[in-house]
Design a protein around this ligand. Structure first.
Ligand code: SF4
Length: 241
């Protein structure tokens, strides 16, 4: 069901921080609970369908907060048919901001429990996790992205910017801004659009993987950099050990 994929993507993106192995394990536990209840939408509507989330914990996020997110998202699906129907706006920041507003409204007095799971790009932070969620929803289904939303185009996406992507982007001249925020994400995205204006975010994984994998040391190291595809354009600092 499309709405279950939306909720699953929202939950997965909201927990995608910290060590990859750690959040993969958490997500495995979360989806085991949701699947056992017949999927996220059903889990949120049947008695005790989300109870199994209570003991879960990922870093500073507790299972009760995840349950609040699932419940709020399922409420929106029940009211509007999909999360995409709510995520409307003239650009990605306003569309995701509208989704955040609606989730908080649906959560009612539990809205503060969403604060650590979904951030609002209209407030200026990079909002890597929501930008990644949007990427999954908008880009064509290719085995990673899901292509669930068709009211936004890939050229409206903004790169999910974290410290890894920001660092590599600065090395190769895609980012001059010192702060890693939404404006920085827009700057990197605009730079990538010079290579592919229809789908600039498709380079996201290539940039992120260099940092996440540990392949890049964060400074010039001849044996490492000779193997890097960015070697010819990289302006990373020299560091003599
Ligand atoms: S060339 Fe070296 S320093 Fe630059 S991104 Fe690649 S691995 Fe990192």
């Amino acid at each position: 069901m499309g709405s279950d994929r939306e909720i699953a993507g929202l939950v997965a993106s909201s927990l995608a921080f910290g060590r990859v192995a750690a959040f993969q394990e958490t997500l495995g536990s979360v989806f085991a609970v949701l699947d056992a209840a017949g999927g996220p939408t059903r889990a949120a509507t049947i008695s005790n369908g989300l109870r199994g989330l209570d003991p879960l914990r990922h870093r500073w996020i507790g299972g009760a907060e995840v349950a609040t997110l699932v419940r709020a998202a399922a409420t929106l699906v029940g009211r509007h048919g999909s999360l995409g129907s709510v995520a409307q706006g003239s650009d990605l920041a306003s569309a995701l901001g509208a989704l955040v507003d609606a989730l908080r409204s649906a959560a009612g007095e539990s809205a503060p429990q969403l604060d650590r799971l979904v951030s609002d790009p209209r407030r200026g932070s990079a909002c890597k996790r929501l930008a990644m969620f949007a990427r999954w929803m908008v880009r064509t289904d290719d085995g990673v992205d899901l292509g669930v939303w068709n009211h936004l185009r890939p050229d409206q996406l903004v790169i999910p910017l974290d410290t890894h992507v920001a660092r590599i982007s600065r090395f190769v001249g895609l980012l001059t801004r010192a702060t890693t925020d939404w404006k920085a994400a827009l700057e990197v995205t605009a730079g990538l659009a010079t290579f592919d204006e229809m789908d600039p975010v498709r380079f996201d994984f290539a940039l992120a993987h260099l940092g996440i994998s540990g392949a890049c040391r964060g400074y010039r190291h001849r044996p490492t950099c000779e193997l890097c595809p960015l070697d010819a354009v990289c302006q990373a600092p020299l560091r003599i050990r």
